[in-house]
Design a protein around this ligand. Structure first.
Ligand code: 13P
Ligand code: SF4
Length: 370
C-alpha cells in the first residue's frame, strides 16, 4: 500500500478526550491490524501506559540493534528524537522511523551542536592537529549531524553500555579523545579505565578555546564537553550517605550520567539495561537505592516487590525525564491509526549525506565485539 507522509498536529479533542482504557484498547487493535508491518521500540524511561505496548524494550544500544535488525516497514520509537534518528539511519531506505511526539527531544543532546563542535575542532587546531591526535566520540544522545562529524573525522559513537570498549578503540586510533556531549559519562568511564582526573579537562563551549590554556590542552588525554543530563544531575552523594545511615545493607546502583561523586559512592554503575538486569539477578530480600529516571525506578519497584526486593529512588524530589514523558498513549494511538489509514505522521528522516557519515560512526561502534 502506498502511504502519504503528512504533517499535521494531533487532533487534540479526538484523542485527549479518550479515557485510558479506550485508548489502550484502540492501541491493541491498531497493533494487531498492522501486524508484521509494525514494530514498537520502547526505552526503559517510557511511562507504563506506553511501555507495555513495546515489542522490544531496552537501553539505547539494545534498541539501536533492534532497529537495525527489524524487518518491519514502520519502526515506531517510543523514546526521544535522537533514538528515532538512529533507527532511520540504521534501517533500510524503505523502512520508516516514527516518533509519536516530535517534541520528545533530549536536553543533554541539545548542549552540543554542529556549529559549536566544528568551532571547537577549529580552535584546537591552533595547538595541535586534531585529525592526527584526537578521536572524537559522541554519546548516542546527540543529533545525527554530530554522529556525522565523528564519521568524517575518524570518530565513533558510544552508549552508556559500551563506553569503555569505545574508549579503548578510540585510544588505539589516536592519543586523545574529544568526548561530547556528556562530561559525566566521559569522566566516569575515563576514570574507570585509569585516566587520572587531572588528565581530563572540560571544554566550555561558551568560552574561546573552551576556556582552556594551550598547555592544559596539550597535557589532556580526554577533553570533555561541558554537557550534562538535567535529570541525572539531581542525584547527590549526600542522598546516598543519608540512605546508607538508615539502611547500611543497601546496594547503590547509578547510571553513568550521574556525577563523578555519585558514581564513586555507588556499588554498581551502568546503563538502564544493566540496572534492570543487575536488580533482576540479585538475591531476594536485597534493598536497592537507584540513581536513574523515576519511571524506570517505579517500574522496578513494582516488578520486584513480589520477590521481596525493595527498590528505592535516590532523590527525595521527583527526577523525571520530561521529554521522554512527552510520548503518551494518545500520541502513540494517533500515529498508529494514521498508519492504518495510509498516512505517515511524525516521520523522522535524516538527510542522506548526514546519514551516510553518521552511519560510519555508528557502524564502527556496532562492529565492536560487545
Ligand atoms: P541508556 O542507553 O542507558 O538507556 O541511557 C539513555 C539515556 O538517555 C539515559 O538518560
Ligand atoms: Fe536526555 Fe537525560 Fe532524558 Fe536521558 S534522561 S533522554 S539524557 S534528558
Amino acid at each position: 500500500m502506498a502511504v502519504d507522509v503528512i504533517s499535521s498536529p494531533i487532533p487534540f479533542e479526538d484523542y485527549f478526550s479518550l479515557d485510558d482504557s479506550e485508548c489502550e484498547q484502540r492501541i491493541i487493535e491498531a497493533k494487531q491490524a498492522l501486524g508484521e508491518d509494525l514494530v514498537i521500540l520502547g526505552h526503559h524511561y517510557q511511562r507504563n501506559e506506553v511501555f507495555r505496548h513495546a515489542d522490544y524494550s531496552g537501553d539505547s544500544l539494545k534498541l539501536s540493534r533492534n532497529a537495525a535488525s527489524s524487518d518491519a516497514r514502520y519502526i515506531v520509537f517510543c523514546g526521544v528524537h535522537f533514538m528515532a534518528e538512529v533507527a532511520d539511519i540504521l534501517s533500510r531506505p524503505d523502512q520508516i522511523a516514527i516518533l509519536p511526539d516530535m517534541a520528545a527531544g533530549c536536553s543533554m543532546a541539545d548542549m552540543a551542536n554542529r556549529i559549536n563542535v566544528d568551532k571547537a575542532w577549529q580552535e584546537m587546531s591552533a595547538v595541535f592537529d586534531p585529525d592526527t591526535l584526537v578521536t572524537p566520540i559522541t554519546y548516542i544522545n546527540s543529533a545525527a549531524d554530530l554522529k556525522s562529524f565523528c564519521g568524517k573525522h575518524g570518530g565513533i559513537v558510544c552508549t552508556s553500555t559500551n563506553a569503555p570498549h569505545v574508549l579503548d578503540w578510540a585510544f588505539s586510533q589516536r592519543e586523545k579523545i574529544l568526548f561530547f556531549p556528556d562530561q559525566h559519562l566521559g569522566r566516569n568511564t575515563g576514570f574507570k579505565m585509569g585516566i587520572p582526573l587531572e588528565e581530563m579537562v572540560v571544554w566550555d563551549f561558551d568560552k574561546p578555546m573552551g576556556g582552556l590554556t594551550p598547555e592544559a590542552l596539550k597535557n589532556a588525554k580526554m577533553i570533555l564537553w561541558k554537557g550534562f543530563c538535567s535529570v541525572h544531575q539531581m542525584f547527590q552523594p549526600v542522598q546516598i550517605d543519608n540512605f546508607l545511615k538508615k539502611y547500611p545493607e543497601t546496594k547503590v546502583i547509578s547510571h553513568p550520567e550521574c556525577s563523578f561523586e555519585v558514581c564513586q559512592k555507588s556499588h554498581y554503575v551502568g546503563s538502564t539495561e544493566y540496572i534492570v538486569r543487575t536488580i533482576a539477578e540479585s538475591e531476594p530480600g536485597t534493598r536497592w537505592l537507584v540513581g536513574t529516571e523515576l519511571n524506570l525506578v517505579n517500574r522496578l519497584h513494582e516488578q520486584f516487590s513480589a520477590e521481596g526486593k525493595s527498590v528505592h529512588f535516590m532523590s527525595p524530589t521527583v527526577c523525571m525525564c520530561s521529554t521522554m514523558f512527552r510520548v503518551d498513549p494518545q500520541h502513540l494511538l494517533w500515529v498508529l491509526e494514521n498508519l492504518l489509514e495510509g498516512h505517515v505522521v511524525n516521520q523522522v528522516s535524516v538527510e542522506p549525506d548526514t546519514a551516510a557519515q553518521a552511519k560510519l560512526a555508528l557502524q564502527r561502534m556496532l562492529d565492536l565485539p560487545i
